[in-house]
Design a protein around this ligand. Structure first.
Ligand SMILES: [Zn+2]
Length: 337
């Protein structure tokens, strides 16, 4: 099968991402608009919120973004480009529960009365995690990973973070259409980044909203939602394969810029993670009795293992544990063969 080459489709968004600045709101395929919403921290400067009108004039949003001070004004300014305002908003769909996607939905619902839409799994995760620490940060994991005593405190501190996110008014499942009159926007369940992550496909316009499953240059983390019963990396690789079938679509991602070449980008993204799995596999083959801590200390980290601390150390250990589990599954063995 020949696939399309990877290629940015919005020169303005591509130029802005290269300069590290938010692009202007812009209209694209079939009456969609993209509105950048700033994020704190500076690591990733903004998410892309997508909006469209239904046949009655109501406005529907995908991923309202981070609830920073002034984010509703930011959205209102963006909506003005399409001649709409906050009062026209009918639904707010989030691709997944992370704050840079779902976070702003609570304020926005309170201001507009619009309904919040999530995948069933993601809504369950929001309810389970309400007011609780992220599961991968729990202290039983820190025990299991055999973290040395003198490194536990910084991880326990991180494990104490609390989260609060809006629950859904409407839950959707794979294959459902979003409640948008006159539009066919279909839900594609793509677990891996989180268990209830979804992509959304506008079948008439030929656009796939990829959330954080597939981004043009960033490799999204995996297993960053509620704990599931399956290996998040195996799920993620399956989700990449699934969206590769929509290779003729334009990808509208949660960050950076729109592009063509969904199958090509899915293949490079999968390879990025499999490279890590191969490295973990090689360490395990040298000595099967390694703990997660020991395996992690033998892997290459761009910052250097000795420089990882706090959140980054926690994330490195969680990733290592996930790769160790993956290489021991049948799917892992097959992928590495
Ligand atoms: Zn994101």
């Amino acid at each position: 099968m020949t696939t399309r080459p990877f290629e940015p489709t919005s020169p303005a968004q591509h130029a802005a991402a290269t300069a590290g600045e938010p692009p202007e709101p812009e209209e694209f395929a079939g009456g969609w608009w993209s509105i950048p919403v700033p994020m704190p921290g500076g690591h990733i400067p903004y998410n892309l919120c997508y909006t469209v009108r239904d046949e009655t004039g109501g406005v529907h949003l995908i991923d309202p973004g981070w609830p920073m001070t002034g984010h509703l004004d930011e959205l209102e300014r963006g909506l003005a480009h399409m001649g709409a305002d906050l009062a026209s908003i009918r639904t707010i769909t989030a691709t997944h529960l992370h704050t840079d996607h779902l976070g702003g939905a609570g304020d926005l619902r309170a201001a507009t009365g619009a309904q919040v839409v999530l995948h069933r799994e993601e809504d369950r995760a929001v309810r389970e995690m309400a007011g609780r620490r992220p599961a991968h940060a729990a202290s039983d994991a820190i025990d299991r990973w055999e973290v040395p005593a003198d490194r536990r405190l910084e991880l326990d501190l991180h494990a104490d973070e609390r989260v609060d996110r809006p629950e859904a008014d409407t839950v959707v499942d794979d294959g459902d259409l979003l409640p948008i009159p006159g539009r066919s926007i279909r839900v594609v369940h793509t677990p891996g980044h989180t268990t209830g992550h979804i992509c959304l496909r506008d079948e008439d316009a030929g656009v796939l909203f990829t959330g954080d499953l597939l981004l043009p240059t960033i490799h999204p983390g995996i297993g960053l939602g509620a704990p599931g019963t399956t290996n998040p990396l195996a799920d993620y690789l399956r989700s990449l394969q699934r969206v590769a079938a929509f290779d003729d679509d334009e990808a509208a991602p949660g960050h950076e810029y729109r592009f063509h070449g969904i199958a090509a980008r899915a293949a490079t993204t999968a390879e990025h993670h499999l490279r890590r799995s191969r490295e973990v596999h090689a360490v395990l083959q040298r000595d099967r009795a390694h703990s997660v801590w020991e395996v992690a200390s033998e892997l290459t980290w761009s910052a250097g293992w000795a420089n990882l601390n706090g959140f980054f150390l926690m994330s490195a250990l969680a990733q290592t544990a996930m790769h160790i589990d993956f290489v021991r599954t049948d799917a892992g063995a097959a992928a590495l063969a």
